[in-house]
Design a protein around this ligand. Structure first.
Ligand SMILES: [Zn+2]
Length: 413
């Protein structure tokens, strides 16, 4: 019985978790990383404001939930010094988020209106992904590795956005090669490959000049912008692509192991927003909650993560294995009413939805893991693994909300 609620009430008040020992270890490690991010985020406030004041476009990237897209923030500038919080990333399976989702489009509308009020313009970069070394099996699973279909979808999303928000936002589509994180950007009059630009040591100015030809002033999407904004679009988009070339060079230098490129290695699932601090390549599935098929995306992530968690468990003989799932949604500390409480209830609801989806799909997921061709390798199915899986895919849940002002995650039960 909760204090203050009528007898018989089934509502249980959310309570902040203060004892970190009650949080599953892998999630605790994630929350520690969030604490470091929060410190950096606050420290960078001045340079962030400076950056925003000197730029017209606010980059928002739409990428896939695939862990190979974890580092989209660094890939477009954070690696080269763009302050945290400038680049926003939306994540849906196969970057399908915009097309056909009214809820997502409305969220988009609110965001665009917010930016317009501040005389800023959203630069939407919609990215499909594939693997150049292994296009048949290491591209986008949400598109069954059909890269042409994936590209057609982000193009459609870009067209929708440009039609709905032309002048207030500009949407671009492209294809990322997750082997080296280079992108091909498609324009109405050609394309531009940052791997080639990286190899040629192209400067921001040179890239901006190329963009002028690839995105001619008299054709959409550039023609949708006010005339005086077009040169700014070429320059600022050119700057981001230049940052990408620097990141590509870094990736090539560090020689990403083929195993990381080829196989899903995710060991946790994060649902919601404010996960920009998780940038380690191929480590976590990141799924935005404004998603037309949230349960579907979650179940794809659950399969691969369960597989990886079991492989680790067998390696380390950890018989109490579980899939860590962290659900977080930002709240506005300055909103009238108590936005933290509203958000807590919403997050709890999300978790219940996902738990119900997992329970319903349990048989299919277990079958995939134990019997499917792409499930667990034969050495990873000892009796104790079978027994634990057959009782239901074990999941360690953690629910939290994050304050928009400082991005600190506050876990609660
Ligand atoms: Zn994908």
């Amino acid at each position: 019985m909760q204090e203050g609620f009528p007898q018989g009430s089934r509502f249980i008040e959310p309570k902040r978790i203060t004892d970190p020992l009650t949080i599953p270890k892998p999630i605790h490690a994630l929350l520690e990383a969030n604490e470091n991010y929060r410190r950096r985020y606050l420290k960078e406030k001045n340079i962030r404001n400076k950056w925003l004041a000197s730029h017209l476009l606010e980059p928002i990237i739409d990428g896939c939930v695939d862990g190979r897209n974890n580092d989209l923030g660094p890939a477009f500038g954070e690696f080269a010094g763009v302050p945290l919080g400038v680049i926003t990333v939306n994540r849906t399976a196969g970057a399908k988020g915009i097309a056909g989702s009214f809820g997502t489009c409305r969220l988009e509308r609110d965001r665009v209106h917010g930016l317009t009020k501040k005389d800023r313009i959203a630069l939407r970069i919609l990215l499909a992904h594939y693997s150049a070394t292994n296009p048949q099996t290491a591209s986008c699973a949400a598109w069954n590795h059909d890269t042409a279909a994936a590209v057609a979808s982000v193009r459609n999303s870009a067209d929708v956005l440009n039609w709905c928000f032309g002048g207030q936002a500009i949407a671009i589509h492209g294809l990322m090669n997750t082997d080296d994180d280079s992108v091909v950007i498609y324009g109405p009059a050609g394309e531009l490959d940052t791997r080639q630009l990286a190899d040629a040591d192209a400067t921001t100015e040179a890239i901006a000049e190329r963009l002028e030809t690839v995105f001619p002033a008299n054709r959409l999407p550039a023609s949708g912008l006010y005339k005086q904004y077009r040169p700014i679009f070429y320059r600022e988009f050119g700057e981001l692509l230049h940052f990408n070339t620097l990141y590509v060079k870094h990736v090539l230098q560090t020689k990403r192991p083929l195993e990381m490129i080829d196989n899903h290695q995710e060991l946790a699932i994060c649902v919601g927003r404010h996960f920009d601090w998780i940038v380690k390549y191929n480590s976590v599935f990141l799924i935005s909650e404004a998603n037309r098929d949230l349960e579907g995306d979650f179940l794809i992530a659950l399969r691969y993560t369960a597989k990886n968690v079991v492989i680790q468990a067998v390696k380390n003989n950890r018989r109490d294995f579980a899939v860590p799932v962290l659900v977080n949604v930002p709240y506005n500390g300055k909103a009238p009413g108590n936005d933290e409480r509203i958000t807590q209830v919403f997050v709890r609801n999300l978790r219940e939805r996902l738990a119900a989806a997992a329970a319903e799909a349990n048989k299919a997921v277990v079958y995939w893991l134990l019997c499917g061709d792409h499930g667990l390798p034969s050495g990873c199915k000892p009796e104790w693994v079978r027994q634990r899986l057959l009782a239901g895919i074990p999941i360690d849940w953690c629910a939290s909300v994050s304050n928009r002002a400082n991005r600190l995650f506050i876990p609660f039960i």
